[in-house]
Design a protein around this ligand. Structure first.
Ligand SMILES: NC(=O)c1ccc[n+]([C@@H]2O[C@H](COP(=O)([O-])OP(=O)(O)OC[C@H]3O[C@@H](n4cnc5c(N)ncnc54)[C@H](OP(=O)(O)O)[C@@H]3O)[C@@H](O)[C@H]2O)c1
Length: 301
């Protein structure tokens, strides 16, 4: 089952295509699969761009977009064909839904009218359950829900995926490969998607917030803003690279720069005094609760 995949009744042979080597991105499953991106906004465009950078041919991609001018611009930029929703769901093997959650209802109606049974639908829509897609699309539609994040724009996304009722292991592996072209992918039970939304979906915003506060501290200490920004952003990049390395345990890394009676421990005492750790835990819990609340708007149970 490594070189062929059955989607919507068609068996695709999977010749290698120079796909970027990545643990979840061997290029074997996607093969000559046609992928349609419905809604080429920020996330949809990033995915198309990532797939092309990973070696996928523009002929294997399709996209839909409401504004003709934007569609023309994207076709000129990437050489990918713009189609309507009916054309996308009929022609593509994998349909990636990347519209805002509030735009999903009319799109599901449009998709349902033409979607052949058994196709793979990959939803990037925050808070929308696989059950919603299964209810509204033809019986047997294979649905995989994804929570990506904005670093997808620079090929460094963290995506968590969960399969719906009809999604099998091979479909999850295909989605891992698809999203592996724009970052890292993990599988989680769908019941954890609200927590994932709070952690890695909102996570980049919390790092941006910390960086912003540290740059302000630099200004307070008399460092010009541009220099403070350089100092902090590069420190964040370096710290992230260390965290990602094999010896990247956060506690050990912090202890290594916290010397007795030194400068770092003086700063850490202030962070502890102000309850920063508890504040972060509370912030992430509040984000999880808000995700649950937003999801209720689309639940019928
Ligand atoms: N950005 C993030 O940080 C992030 C993180 C995780 C998950 N997500 C999820 O990713 C999805 C996309 O987010 P985004 O930030 O990329 O939003 P976006 O920039 O607004 O992109 C959505 C695109 O879909 C288009 N669209 C809407 N309905 C359509 C339809 N029926 N047919 C074709 N195109 C349609 C929109 O066109 P118009 O311009 O006409 O509205 C827009 O270009 C959302 O569901 C979001 O929850 C986003």
């Amino acid at each position: 089952m490594a070189d062929t995949l059955t989607i919507g009744g068609s068996v695709r042979e999977g010749p290698e295509r120079g796909w970027r080597e990545h643990p979840a991105c061997s290029g074997r499953l996607l093969g000559m699969t046609t992928i349609a991106v419905l809604g080429a906004g920020k996330i949809g465009e990033s995915l198309m761009s990532g797939l092309l950078h990973a070696g996928r041919s523009p002929e294997d991609l399709l996209f839909t977009e409401r504004y003709p001018a934007r569609a023309k611009e994207l076709t000129a930029k990437y050489g990918v064909e713009h189609v309507d929703v009916a054309g996308a769901v009929r022609r593509a093997d994998v349909i990636v839904v990347a519209v805002k959650p509030q735009d999903i209802e009319p799109l599901l109606d449009e998709m349902a009218a033409d979607l052949p049974s058994g196709k793979l639908v990959v939803s990037l829509c925050a808070g929308l359950s696989t059950a919603l897609f299964e209810r509204r699309l033809p019986e047997g539609t294979r649905v995989v829900r994804v929570m990506p994040n904005t670093p997808m724009l620079v090929g460094e996304a963290m995506s968590a995926i969960s399969g719906g009722e009809h999604a099998e292991d091979e479909h999850l592996r295909l989605v891992e490969e698809l999203l592996g072209s724009v970052g890292k992918v993990v599988r989680v039970p769908e019941s954890q998607q609200d927590a994932v939304t709070a952690l890695s979906g909102s996570g980049p915003a919390y790092f941006f917030y910390l960086v912003e506060a540290m740059i302000d501290a630099g200004i307070l200490l008399g460092i010009p803003r541009a220099v403070a920004a350089d100092l902090i952003v590069q420190s964040a990049v370096g710290a992230a690279a260390m965290l990602r390395s094999d010896e990247g345990h956060p506690v050990m890394l912090r202890e290594a720069v916290t010397s007795p009676a030194g400068t770092t421990i003086a700063g850490i005492r202030e962070l502890e005094k102000h309850g920063v750790r508890a504040a972060l835990i509370d912030a992430i819990e509040a984000a999880r609760d808000r995700s649950v609340e937003l999801g209720r708007a689309h639940r019928e149970d």
